[in-house]
Design a protein around this ligand. Structure first.
Ligand code: FES
Length: 414
């Protein structure tokens, strides 16, 4: 008999503390942990592999694209083209947020050209076919000249759009599982963040001349911290205690403890910003970071956190976009503190970025056939296993496949 128990933040913290303790004390590889086959570098450079990702991964994944408060009333809309298809999100008269392909069902022009705005109806800017906020085709100029046109079959094509705790995701696959089910344990573990109460405090975007996986891999381990971030992250985090959890659907967690000295500095000069109430002390003592497959990374903190998104532009170019979220500012001093915090974070991001373009060129030279990964880089292997599952293993050319190894090491739902 299976007994379902409510998710508990306290039990989550106990679990993580036990994992960190295990990591600190181990003297070698954990017993039974498998040798991970090396990752073929063609996965980062081969245009055919990139095309497979475009067709089968990005068009079937839940992708974070907005926040509920970005759509503040009926008719409020945004257009997007980051996910691979031009999309339109609009809140209906009934308050429901919907997503559509931004593709007019006359001759395919984008219905809406503006990036954001508000409208009572959606009028295509080419010949003025007009759609309701629910996507139905309402009006066709010179209707008599179209004969037997069936308007009911010319509604805007819908795209799945679901929200969790204020975060808005889209998925072009009508057969995708519901968002909440796909998030799995991550949704529970994010629930203490009170997502609906948070607000954006600044967005940045940087174009990186590297494949999106070169970029994503860099955020999935702390092995690089001592050498890439010696004056910043390395003074804050102790990678020896990094506790990692692998979840179904390619998601993962990594909680890295802070050094004692860093905790003392933190207590001596706390950030002058309101904290998210009700968080377990573990949030202040560590850096809990999550990866949501395929392209979202978030290192959490008590005052807020960035959601970092990796958007492929082409096989060797990636846009990295990050927005900080935290409790709303209550005074001008808070906005100034956020601006300073964002500048500090820019410095850390630049330390990562300066390595990635040269790394892409180096990998593309053919001088490295495959990448051997260590135990502490296993979240990278987990990402690549899921990429192959998303594409369909049988479609991935055999020399580029990643053999499944980590299924026995997925964490049970806490
Ligand atoms: Fe939209 Fe003609 S393409 S009205």
């Amino acid at each position: 008999m299976t007994i379902c128990q409510e998710w508990s933040q306290e039990r989550w913290a106990q679990h993580i503390r036990a994992q960190m303790d295990f990591e600190w004390k181990r003297e070698g590889l954990p017993e039974g942990f498998p040798a991970l086959p090396s990752i073929p570098t063609g996965r980062y450079t081969d245009p055919a592999f990139f095309a497979l990702e475009q067709q089968h991964l990005w068009k079937k994944a839940w992708l974070l694209v907005a926040r509920e408060e970005d759509f503040d009333g009926p008719g409020s809309f945004r257009t997007l083209d980051r996910t691979g298809s031009p999309l339109l999100l609009v809140r209906g008269q009934d308050g429901v947020l919907r997503a559509f392909f931004n593709t007019c069902q006359h001759r395919g022009a984008p219905v809406v050209r503006e990036r954001c705005g508000s409208a009572k109806r959606l009028r295509c800017q080419y010949h003025s076919w007009t759609y309701g906020l629910d996507g139905r085709l309402l009006q066709v100029p010179d209707r008599r000249d179209f004969g037997e046109l069936d308007e009911s079959k010319r509604a805007l094509k819908p795209v799945r759009c679901e929200s969790y705790d204020g975060w808005v995701f889209v998925n072009e696959d009508p057969g995708a599982p519901p968002l909440r089910e796909w998030l799995g344990p991550v949704a529970d573990e994010w629930s203490p963040l009170r997502g609906t109460t948070l607000r954006a405090h600044g967005t940045r975007c940087e174009r990186i001349p590297a494949n999106w996986k070169i970029v994503a891999d860099a955020f999935l381990e702390t092995y690089h911290v001592r050498t890439i971030h010696p004056q910043t992250v390395a003074k804050l985090l102790d990678p020896r205690g990094a506790a990692m959890g692998l979840f179904a659907n390619g998601h993962s967690r990594m909680v890295t403890p802070k050094w004692e000295a860093a905790l003392e500095r933190q207590q001596g000069s706390p950030m002058p910003l309101p904290e998210i109430p009700g968080l377990d002390p573990l949030f202040a003592e560590t850096n809990p970071a999550y990866s949501l497959f395929p392209n979202l990374i978030t290192p959490l903190d008590t005052i807020g956190f960035p959601f970092i998104l990796f958007w492929p532009v082409d096989a060797e170019t990636t846009d990295v976009e990050w927005t900080f979220y935290g409790p709303p500012s209550q005074e001008p001093e808070h906005d100034r503190a956020w601006e300073l915090f964002l500048q500090l974070f820019d410095g850390v991001m630049n330390e990562d970025f300066m390595n990635l373009g040269p790394m892409q060129r180096s990998v593309a030279s053919g001088a490295l056939e495959s990448i051997p990964l260590s135990y502490q880089e296993r979240r990278i292997y987990h990402l690549h296993e899921e990429i192959d599952r998303a594409i369909g293993v049988e479609r991935v050319p055999e020399p580029l496949r990643v053999a499944p190894r980590l299924a026995p090491f997925l964490e049970p739902w806490l």
